[in-house]
Design a protein around this ligand. Structure first.
Ligand SMILES: Nc1ncnc2c1ncn2[C@@H]1O[C@H](COP(=O)(O)OP(=O)(O)OP(=O)(O)O)[C@@H](O)[C@H]1O
Length: 442
């Protein structure tokens, strides 16, 4: 299991300046170990596509780390700055002690906190949150810590457990997982009408209640994971301590999916569209919080509306970007969205730039073939030119300025410059990786 040791590169000044900024939401990376099936599939053993450049830095120092993602087939590589990195060798207890346990003390003082496991399907989100009997995940570890603190402080705990599926909420502590209405009271506070709360006094009691809730959660077999979560699962631990009430939300998000790879159809496709939409809405909220924007778009999805009282203000949050060490494209997608949430720009190193033309030449050939086969191309008009979707896809773009690294509320566009010997530029939508050509208006 050799880990590549890329040479650290100096970062652009803008990034160095930003590296001192504080994030409202901490974003860390966790790379899951190889699965037995992945170890069998390679003669020499697989090589992880993700590594960290400043591996020696002390996680407690608050210094940012640089995640390096390299595609072993094309040698494309990208670097992103995030808050911390947990490798394949790090157990779940190191994430708990390094990142989660310090959120718990605030909950006893009446603050809210949220931990999300975010990432592509099959990247280990459910494992990170739930773990196994041998390696407990962040949910049992947090519960155990909270219970022992309650014993010494005389505080009490209640839990609520629900899922957000197709933008609707279901109570997982109810035998038939009944739907819960999300309403706003006269003060503008979001209330979940009828959501059950159960008092918990011991770990065995919690394990039993939680296990029945997990059984009710919607999972399905997909092309990429045999037991894929189709909903966002939210466990809320409510701590009442001497008049103060604090809440810890532990969230196993459904995985973002590239439907070109899943082969999803029908209801699976609809689920996937809703999942991707709500994850993008979540990333928009985190982006707005971390950049002190005046308006936080909580209303863009049910998930963000529900979490309104736990994201922003005095609440603290941790996003764990879970990565599959075998998948370059998924890792880039997950980490770029996570990094975007922190307002840390993507930095592609100089050697990566030299290697990309091979990909561009392929795209040029595709473009030429496509253009020649169409006497009249369908194009989407934008200010200063036309967008033409290369593969006929009509993703909705709200790009105001092609080439701008600043994400719009819907899509971030990466500019790959003018295609050689032609009058058009190659652009790529960062969230879908779909390619477009842009014809400047003369
Ligand atoms: N740290 C780990 N050690 C061993 N196996 C792991 C680890 N993390 C994940 N796995 C395994 O990887 C597979 C995928 O993990 P998991 O189901 O948690 O993914 P997921 O991201 O929750 O997927 P989905 O979004 O589709 O629900 C499972 O077989 C799980 O047991």
């Amino acid at each position: 299991m050799a880990t590549p040791t890329p040479t650290p590169r100096s970062l652009p000044t803008s990034m160095q300046i930003r590296s001192n900024s504080t994030s409202h939401v901490r974003v860390v990376v966790r790379v899951r170990p190889f699965l037995p099936s992945e170890l069998e599939s390679k003669d020499k053993g697989p090589v992880p596509c993700i590594s960290v450049l400043n591996a020696d830095s002390d996680p407690r120092s608050g210094e940012e780390i640089t995640v390096h993602i390299k595609d072993q087939w094309t040698s494309r590589n990208e670097c992103y700055k995030l808050d911390s990195f947990f490798s394949q060798e790090n157990g779940l207890d190191s994430i708990f002690h390094g990142e989660v346990s310090n959120l718990i003390s605030g909950v006893f003082k009446g603050s809210n906190a949220t931990v999300f496991a975010y990432g592509a399907t099959g990247s280990g989100k459910t494992y990170t949150m739930q773990g196994t009997d041998r390696q407990p995940g962040l949910i049992p570890l947090s519960m155990s810590r909270i219970l022992s603190s309650c014993e010494s402080s005389g505080s009490s705990i209640e839990i609520a457990y629900y899922e957000v599926y197709l933008d609707r909420c279901y109570d997982l502590l109810e035998p038939k997982a009944k739907e819960v209405m999300v309403l706003e009271d006269k003060d503008g506070q979001v209330q979940m009408k009828g959501l059950s709360r159960v008092t918990v006094r011991s770990m065995p009691e919690f394990s039993q209640i939680f296990a029945s809730g997990v059984q009710r959660r919607k999972i399905a077999h997909t092309g990429l994971n045999d037991v894929s979560s189709r909903s966002h699962g939210v466990l809320s631990i409510i701590v009442s301590s001497g008049g103060a009430v604090g809440k810890l939300n532990l969230i196993d998000l459904a995985g973002n999916e590239d439907n070109r790879r899943t082969g999803n159809e029908g209801i699976r496709l609809l689920e996937s569209a809703k999942i991707n939409q709500s994850l993008f809405a979540l990333s928009n909220v985190i982006y707005a919080l971390n950049n002190n924007e005046p308006r936080i778009p909580y209303r863009e999805s049910k998930l963000t509306r529900i979490l309104q009282d736990s994201l922003g203000g005095t609440s603290r949050a941790l996003m764990i970007a879970c990565l599959n060490p075998m998948s370059y494209h998924e890792a880039v997608h997950t980490v770029s969205l996570a990094a975007r949430s922190r307002h840390i720009a993507n930095y592609v190193g100089p050697d990566a730039k030299q290697e990309t033309p091979r990909v561009k030449v392929d795209m040029e050939a595709k473009l030429r073939a496509w253009l020649e086969s169409k006497s009249k191309s369908k194009s989407v008009q934008v200010k200063n030119g036309h967008f033409s979707p290369i593969s006929g896809r009509t993703a909705s773009l709200s790009a105001k300025k092609p080439g701008s690294a600043r994400p719009t509320s819907r899509v971030m566009i990466k500019d790959h410059g003018f295609a050689k010997g032609s009058g058009y530029r190659l652009l790529q939508a960062a969230d879908t990786h779909a390619w477009y050509c842009f014809f400047p208006r003369l």
